[in-house]
Design a protein around this ligand. Structure first.
Ligand SMILES: C[S@@+](CC[C@H](N)C(=O)[O-])C[C@H]1O[C@@H](n2cnc3c(N)ncnc32)[C@H](O)[C@@H]1O
Length: 285
């Protein structure tokens, strides 16, 4: 088992062998989740957070330029967000979700996040696989990237789908008090609404690459994961993130006393996640 040269916590493991969960807990594993997940034991994790590529389908031969060409807008499209067709994208999503469903305990829940580009496709795949949707949550971004060309409304939301393995699933964690407190914080009132008001990840929380630009185009805010984890898990439970990017899920899980397993294919992202983890400590209640 070779350990990544920079970060102790980013591991390459022999995925052809079945893995004990204990062997990989609180780690970020570098690799393709379609190779890693089959090595994980069935019925072993309490929650899955999946933040897959969006398949934005941005034109790859054009640069996005702000109105009046004052400055260039960095395109969020990266190699990992490129697919040849919807069929290829759907096949990836179905394979990942199928494996997630296998490793979930019967009482586990799954969260998937996406934008209008992909979330409808993902929702259909989930229902076809037998997942039972508990909620969709609208993440309202209080500081969205404006639509500079003014040709349509600014897209200020992302959607999270929260689901159980099947309709008959029992015993999943739902922390109603936490959900109500978040709504009260956002809008007032006494209900737990499925709308969350959270700013995009900016400032010192946003990781920078060696070139000083943001390291990852879709790093999620820790406040978003904090809600997901507090609402749907208890301390000590195990969370899986198969496409972990900069490791936001693991960082928040560690802070909140949850265990985690993360997988990320890109070594630079995994290294960054690992360094973030090294600087994170568990908080008290
Ligand atoms: C939307 S980003 C996740 C961002 C993450 N939630 C964060 O806060 O940084 C999706 C990630 O999936 C990774 N990815 C894409 N295909 C993958 C695969 N087959 N296995 C593992 N990771 C993959 C990409 O490298 C990318 O970092």
């Amino acid at each position: 088992m070779a350990v990544s040269n920079v970060a102790r916590e980013a591991w390459r493991v022999p995925y052809s062998q079945p893995l004990d969960l204990d062997q990989v807990l609180d780690q970020i594993l570098i690799g393709d989740c379609l190779e890693v997940l089959p090595a994980l034991p069935s019925d072993s994790v309490d929650m899955v957070f999946l933040d897959p590529p969006y398949y934005l389908q941005l034109p790859t031969n054009k640069r996005l330029v702000r109105w009046g060409a004052v400055s260039e807008v960095e395109s969020p499209e990266r190699e990992w967000d490129c697919f040849s067709s919807f069929a290829e994208y759907d096949a990836l999503i179905a394979s990942v979700l199928e494996e997630c469903r296998r490793v979930m305990k019967s009482s586990a829940t799954l969260w998937v996040i996406g934008t209008y580009h992909n979330i409808y496709r993902i929702g259909a795949v989930m229902q076809d696989l037998g997942f039972w949707v508990l909620n969709n949550v609208t993440w309202f971004k209080s500081n969205p990237m404006p639509n500079w060309l003014n040709v349509r409304m600014t897209n200020a939301t992302e959607t999270l789908i929260w689901a159980v393995r099947e309709r008959s699933a029992r015993g999943y964690v739902y922390n109603a008090a936490a959900a109500k407190a978040y709504t009260r914080e956002d809008f007032g009132g006494k209900i737990a609404a499925n709308v969350w008001r959270i700013p995009l990840c900016i400032g010192h929380e946003r990781l920078k690459g060696r070139d000083g630009k943001r390291l990852h185009p879709t790093q999620k805010p820790e406040r978003l994961l904090e809600r997901v984890l507090r609402i749907s898990t208890r301390r000590g439970q195990v969370v899986l993130d198969p496409m972990a990017g900069t490791g936001t899920t693991g960082v928040v899980a560690r802070r909140l006393g949850r265990r985690f397993v993360m997988v990320e294919r890109d070594e630079d992202y995994a290294e960054a996640a690992s360094q973030r983890l090294a600087g994170t400590v568990e908080e008290g209640e």
